[in-house]
Ligand binder design. Sequence first.
Ligand code: XUL
Ligand code: CO
Length: 435
Amino acid sequence: MTGFFERSEPIRFEGEGSRDPLAFRHYDKNRQVMGRTMEEQLRFAVCYWHSFTWPGGDPFGGETFLRPWMHGDDPLALAKAKAETAFDLFRVLDVPFFTFHDVDVAPEGASLSESIDNLKAITDLFEEKMEREKVRLLWGTANLFSHRRYMGGAATNPDPDVFAYAVGQVKAAMDATHRLNGENYVCWGGREGYETLLNTRMGQELDQLGRFLSMLVDYKHKIGFTGPILIEPKPKEPTKHQYDFDVATVYGFLERHDLTADVKLNIEQNHAILAGHSFEHEVELAYALGLFGSLDINRGDDLLGWDTDQFAMNPKEMALVFHEVLKNGGFTTGGLNFDAKIRRQSIDPDDLIVAHVASMDACAKALLAAEAMLADKALEGPLAERYSGWDGAEGRAILAGERTLEEVAARAASLDPQPRSGRQELLEGVVARYV
Ligand code: XUL
Ligand code: CO
């Protein structure tokens, strides 16, 4: 332990009566939930960028956290010190996974090859520490949006040399993820979008993005990386028009490039809201389209129209999402990545632990509510009843494509269907009883 956190022993489950902010009330990792342990159902991952790389700045002021690993002359030594603290946190939280961007973990060098060497040095260190602490990698990714070379996009840049640089970076990040047995590889479309059509060829940029992703998929097969590539939809920020707007948009893009077998989706709460959807809408649609992959768990602020990335503390919303996940058999390669940051006034080391503990507990509470709703068929029962007509012979024949428009129209002549209540308030009352 580095001594950054006062505590070194893992947080324990104490049950609902506990008032200790450094104890779990609901997250009992060995408790069985629908045939798996809670740990296996939730598959928590701590993210490196918000917890260890973000210094607490905002557009009006700089760093507030003053982390020791952010100040010094030797960038690689600082990166190693950061890794030590990161693994301290993983140990205290007793989480099974973590996630990172290349530049979160290793300093950028003076050239691409120097950056790649730095990443390799940290990958060596991670390999040792992951083995010792029994922590796994949920996913890795490349940061193709922070450096000024990417201000006009990475894969969608008007300059093919920037495209090539991004390919060099993404290859190295994929190699590192593969070496660390990452279960997925994520692509969030950073600056793949535009500010104004006055300087943008949208069709060409979309073709470039298709090529980039297809090359990455080919490479993944070449090196034997078996996990999916996950696109993370987001409608705006940093660019005004992000190409990976939402689940439906990305589906169309993947279909067009014949990539749906290899590429799935990483859905984030705050991104769903910014797209004008609910979190559960995006998750249900991803399942319906066969594209569900993983979740970035955080929350936005109803009063703010940007990505606030707050720790998720909203059991009701999450219960509806976990209901969907459990109904579909639970996570496969995916999990819950804390793409969330503490507020810039939360400057104590313990704030970082408390935030994760509280959010893990809120997730666990939501998971138990979802389990109970499923066990009681609280929502599934009324839903089955509402759609039961489609289970009949005629309904099934229509869906199977065994009826023509004329045949259905002929049958309609003898029908007089009666409207039935949607019972929304009854169902909202049901959910309120469980959460
Ligand atoms: C940005 C975002 C990213 C991705 C990984 O809004 O969510 O942090 O999760 O690049
Ligand atoms: Co995210």
